[in-house]
Ligand binder design. Sequence first.
Ligand SMILES: NC(=O)c1ccc[n+]([C@@H]2O[C@H](COP(=O)([O-])OP(=O)(O)OC[C@H]3O[C@@H](n4cnc5c(N)ncnc54)[C@H](O)[C@@H]3O)[C@@H](O)[C@H]2O)c1
Length: 358
Amino acid sequence: MTELNLLDCFRGKKIVVTGHTGFKGSWLTAWLSELGANVIGISFNIPTNPSHFELLNLEDIEDYKIDIRDPFALENLLKIKSPDFVFHLAAQSLVINSYKNPLETWNTNLMGTVNLLEALKSLNNECTAILITSDKCYDNFEWSWGYRETDKLGGADPYSASKGAAEIAISSYFRSYFMKNNNIKIASARAGNVIAGGDWSQNRLIPDCIRAWSIGERVILRNPNSTRPWQHVLEPLSGYLFLASKLHQNNELNGKSFNFGPRDLTTKSVIDLVKKMSDYWPKVKWEVEKLNDEFHESGLLKLNCDLAHEILNWQPKLNFEETIKMTALWYKNYYENKELNVKELTISQIKNYMEYFN
Ligand SMILES: NC(=O)c1ccc[n+]([C@@H]2O[C@H](COP(=O)([O-])OP(=O)(O)OC[C@H]3O[C@@H](n4cnc5c(N)ncnc54)[C@H](O)[C@@H]3O)[C@@H](O)[C@H]2O)c1
């Protein structure tokens, strides 16, 4: 089956996306809509201003304001909608916020996921669910090799630990309930730092650069030598879509976890990324902040993606240069073209990306 054929299975299907107003959720919602799916979005707020989700102005989706910490509201909506697929992305997604608001982070990332698993358990229809955690779910020993799906889970900061704990909850629900239950299939997906146009979150590198550079200011870099598995948002999203499509057809993938990381074997540092971005934003400047270890952010983190390559036949398509180019051009269009139709821009990048598919 070709990669494009894999995406056919979403046409006309009812698909719940939690976190659809967020950065990754808005790209996934746009992509699924473009594939002909009926998207039912669940989020509790619009997390940024500007917001990619609002700019997309997707008229053909259902948009629900629900807090995933409310088990009854979540279960009620899922029962009413009886979705064919669920993509769970809603989370408190920022490490620094997690230090400031650990309780909210744990409640959202762990108990929100447990509430979603409970809601899935209550369904009578067939449903395939992909639960998105993070590469930070691994206990990070700053090894120079990539983490595999069987490596130890854990995390020092509340965000990472809550994602490791969500993985344990997912595995427990699979072994306790879904392994024996024919109608619900689940898998978890672990990806690293994603970049693309349309992200305006606080304390993330690309949004920090864009916010500063768009008003002629210098950006302050916290950890210039930290390396991250940077990848374009469409790369892990394609992984989630392939995984959902294959899991839908193949019971053997039920309960599995998959890493989705970048193509380049050598991961790049913060400073590599900023320098490459600056190729597209002439005369921009940056400054390195004196190291403040109040909120420790982990250094080296690599993912081993052999399982996704072998079992899902998933491959990342873009190299580092292409990833930065797509990202920079999206923001340049946004800030320089007053007549811009954001939906057209985003969909054109999705269509260009799908041209890499066989
Ligand atoms: N962006 C990255 O680089 C990255 C890397 C690894 C993993 N992830 C994971 O991918 C997922 C999406 O990340 P993102 O960058 O799009 O996040 P985001 O912060 O941009 O969006 C978060 C979304 O979750 C929703 N949300 C938060 N708390 C909620 C609650 N209590 N109830 C209902 N909705 C709630 C928000 O409304 C928003 O729609 C998250 O699970 C995140 O942890 C992201």
